[in-house]
Structures are given as structure tokens and as C-alpha cells.
Design a protein. Structure first.
Length: 173
């Protein structure tokens, strides 16, 4: 399953986030995300993004250089991401059904170049979706932007990296 687009929106009547994922083969998956699941997801997104960016390891570079490279990677991902295209509502099939399914548990595992998000659903099903570091960064940004307008008392900006200021005493080569 190759992901084409991800859309996340807040549905006030449900007090949940609706996460819609469409694939290149025309499928659409729909999930309800509760506050607790989103809190876990935010932590997992940040940890996964850092773990998958192996070239940013502080053991290889000085911490300030690793932070600068991390910021550069995030900016490069954002520059090549398309947030202006409308989410395609032209799904040809819904493998889990047309109604969103409630996620009750989220498990995240990391491999060499991607992270697997396993969504345990109220229906008893388990759906695992693999995300690349670019997808993880984009989903993190979508969530952070959305949480600024949702009254869930979750951090909406700590996951975004601050500008890196390199002290004058450090020389970068």
C-alpha cells in the first residue's frame, strides 16, 4: 500500500480527529483519533523522525551541528511537501469500510528507513501503516497546526524545531 495523501481534521461534534489516508491504488482508510491516541502519536512522530534521521546522530556530529542538520532536513521536507492540493475524495474502495473506525491503541516500531504505526481498532482489527521520515514530518506538522485550534491542552508547537543559533565560539566546517 503506497500512501498518496493524508488528511487530518477536527470534528467538534465527535471531539475527535478524523484521519483519512488515501493510497495510489484508490483506497481510503478512515480513523477516529482520540486525544489520548493523538498524544501518543505526537510523541511517536517526534521519536520516529529523530530515530530515522540517522545521519544526525550526536555521536557523529557535535550537538549544535546535528541540530542545524535536523533543522535543514525539516525545512527541505517542508519545501518539497504539497499542502495546497485538496484531499482527493475519489476513493474507489474502502478496505475498512466508509465509516471511520476508532483507534484504541497505537504502537510504533522503527526499522532502518521507516516507522510502522500499528492502529488497534475498537472493532478488534489491527492496521499497520509504514511511514517514511518525510511522511512522519508532514503528519507531525499537520497535527501541530491543527492542534492550535483544538482545545485539548496538547502541545501544538514543541514538536516543531526552533531556529538553531550556533554560538560564535563554535566553528563549523
Amino acid at each position: 500500500m503506497q500512501i498518496n495523501q493524508v488528511n487530518i481534521s477536527y470534528v467538534p461534534l465527535e471531539d475527535r480527529l478524523l484521519m483519512r489516508i488515501n493510497t495510489l491504488d484508490g483506497a481510503e482508510l478512515r480513523f477516529w483519533l482520540t486525544r489520548a491516541v493523538v498524544a501518543r502519536m505526537l510523541t511517536g512522530l517526534v521519536q520516529s523522525e529523530k530515530a530515522l534521521a540517522t545521519h544526525l546522530s550526536p555521536q557523529i556530529y557535535a550537538p549544535s551541528v546535528a541540530r542545524a542538520l535536523e533543522q535543514f532536513d525539516q525545512e527541505a521536507t517542508m519545501a518539497k511537501s504539497d499542502f495546497s492540493t485538496q484531499f482527493a475524495d475519489n476513493a474507489t474502495h474502502y478496505p475498512l469500510g466508509e465509516q471511520p473506525l476508532l483507534v484504541v491503541k497505537l504502537e510504533i516500531t522503527k526499522s532502518k528507513n521507516q516507522a510502522s504505526f500499528s492502529f488497534d481498532l475498537l472493532s478488534g482489527q489491527k492496521v499497520t501503516i509504514k511511514f517514511t521520515v518525510d511522511m512522519i514530518s508532514n503528519i507531525n506538522n499537520l497535527l501541530c497546526d491543527l492542534l492550535q485550534s483544538v482545545d485539548w491542552n496538547l502541545p501544538s508547537s514543541p514538536q516543531k524545531r526552533p531556529l538553531v543559533r550556533i554560538p560564535e565560539s563554535e566553528t563549523l566546517h
